[in-house]
Design a protein around this ligand. Structure first.
Ligand code: ADP
Length: 266
């Protein structure tokens, strides 16, 4: 872990401990900075819908509450904003749970194919209004993985959900599962917005969005890919996002197969 690296460094640099201390401090400051930013971002994201709810409720208590058409419209907005807060709180709780479990290796065998079928079926119905098809391709010999079933299902949900959100209407979302040298390999591909290269390295940061307005109007919290990254890390897997603006995005997650050496070693 971190401690090991820090000790090795101190030994390599020798008596000039001030240099070592400096880099240690910098890392500490960066982590503290991230925590502060995270709390500020989360508070801001919660305050916006909350302000809107309070404003509409106040208006409803006045004259607008007596006008049925207006009342229903305002109640609709209050409901949508409350739902947005609910999604955000759920995602924040997921993140903190996954982080708390970071050092506990998941231990059940998970059939990713079954999980993918379930998630795709759910999303095909909930996003059906946008006229999108999900094409699921499962190879015959996909290995099971050692994992946390609920988290892997959430990973699938977030990735396929993004492909549905940011893919162009009328184009299919393609999900595939294939075996690859001791790994189960998941690919989720869409034809849509795509992402410019300079954004790619930051996509898994909490609350990082290419277009915040578009993400919000599609019901996004800005936490989906941060959650995916944490789940992949906890499963000792690899996450790769490839994209071309205006063409589409392809997300690959490779997870060690159950009983493969990689799992035992980790
Ligand atoms: P959000 O809730 O905003 O979708 P995510 O963490 O899931 O948050 O994704 C972060 C950002 O990455 C999104 O706001 C969007 O700009 C971009 N993004 C994620 N997936 C895709 C995709 N499949 N196609 C295009 N852009 C994407």
């Amino acid at each position: 872990g971190l401690e090991g690296r820090w000790l090795m460094r101190a030994a390599a640099i020798g008596p000039a401990t001030s240099v070592v201390q400096l880099s240690d401090r910098t890392a500490e400051h960066a982590a503290e900075r991230m925590r502060v930013d995270f709390v500020a971002n989360a508070s801001h994201e919660l305050r916006t819908p909350l302000a809107s709810i309070l404003g509409y409720v106040e208006t409803l208590q006045d004259a607008a509450g007596e006008e049925p058409a207006l009342r229903n419209r305002f109640l609709g907005i209050v409901f949508d904003e409350a739902r947005r807060m609910e999604r955000l709180v759920e995602d924040l709780m997921s993140l903190s749970r996954i982080e708390a479990d970071k050092f506990r290796l998941p231990s059940t065998r998970v059939d990713l194919a079954a999980s993918a079928r379930e998630v795709c079926a759910t999303l095909a119905t909930t996003h059906g209004d946008r006229g999108r098809d999900i094409v699921l391709d499962v190879a015959a010999d996909v290995p099971e993985v050692t994992g946390d079933a609920a988290q892997l299902s959430q990973l699938l949900h977030n990735l396929v959900g993004n492909a549905m959100k940011y893919g162009r209407a009328g184009t299919p979302v393609r999900v595939s599962l294939t075996p690859r040298e001791g790994l189960a390999c998941l690919v989720v591909a869409d034809q849509g917005d795509g992402i410019a290269a300079d954004h790619l390295p930051r996509l898994t940061e909490r609350f990082y969005r290419v277009d915040a307005g578009r993400s919000r109007s599609l019901g996004g919290t800005g936490l989906g890919l941060a959650i995916v990254k944490h789940i992949v890390e906890r499963h000792r897997g690899r996450l790769d996002i490839a994209s071309e603006p205006g063409v589409g995005t392809r997300v690959t997650v490779a997870l060690p197969a159950a009983a493969a050496p990689a799992v035992i070693k980790a």
